[in-house]
Design a protein around this ligand. Structure first.
Ligand SMILES: O=C(CO)[C@H](O)[C@H](O)COP(=O)(O)O
Length: 220
């Protein structure tokens, strides 16, 4: 199984975004995570397609678009054209989950399905055949810098068990309050892709990223 750190640019310094992204790449981040918020599914508004399009030219990282957007099927083609390699939608935001995931796969890119902390893990079972990744939110979606919800660990374990039972190879991504200090217990529970915003951006981006990558060595 691959282990990946996906820095969330929501916590980057937007006055020097290109430099911050380069530093995550230098530190060994294979993915770059885009938190797209529409002010409807979540209260905040972040950034969208033009930002992704310009970053695509500046990095070879896997562009991981997390659409915290109501009825996201409306935007999946535009995000793919802007450079997304992976598009994750929320189960709670899709009027037709199956159709939305199929639309993403038909574009020739990876599909992810995310659930909020209140949504029972069991609800993802019927969609496992359509996804490359499950994203377990470990905070309420909508803002960076929140505290990791400890009950997420059981939800990650339950998801990994369900994936194993399905016999499919599906990544588990965890997003919200991920730090160097709790990374190991999240990985031990069964996650293999960690999103981190405030733990990566700030001082020493290269070093912060590299420390996550070093932890992964014990799991590979
Ligand atoms: O959009 C998010 C939650 O909706 C962020 O991706 C997430 O919270 C990352 O930030 P941090 O690592 O600081 O918690």
């Amino acid at each position: 199984m691959k282990y990946v750190i996906a820095p969330s640019i929501l916590s980057a310094d937007f006055t020097q975004l290109g430099k911050d992204i380069k530093e995550t790449e230098e530190g060994g981040a294979a993915y770059l995570h885009f938190d797209v918020m529409d002010g409807m599914f979540v209260p905040n508004i972040s950034f969208g397609i033009p930002v992704m399009k310009s970053i695509r030219k500046a990095t070879h990282q896997v562009m991981d678009a997390h659409l915290m957007v109501q009825d996201p099927i409306r935007y999946v083609k535009a995000f793919k054209e802007a450079g997304a390699d992976l598009i994750t939608v929320h189960l709670e935001a899709c009027p037709d989950v199956r159709k939305t995931l199929t639309e993403i796969k038909d574009l020739g890119i990876m599909a992810g399905l995310s659930i909020c902390p209140e949504t029972p893990v069991e609800e993802i079972r019927e969609y496992l055949e359509y996804v490359d990744m499950i994203l377990i939110m470990s905070v309420h979606p909508g803002a960076g810098g929140q505290k990791f919800m400890e009950e997420s660990l059981d939800r990650i374990r339950e998801t990994r068990k369900m994936i194993e039972e399905s016999g499919k190879e599906i990544d588990i991504q965890v997003d919200g309050g991920v730090k160097l200090e709790n990374a190991r217990k999240i990985l031990d529970a069964g996650a293999n892709i960690l999103v981190a915003g405030s733990a990566v951006f700030g001082d020493n981006i290269v070093e912060n990223t590299r420390k996550f990558v070093e932890i992964f060595r014990d799991y590979e």
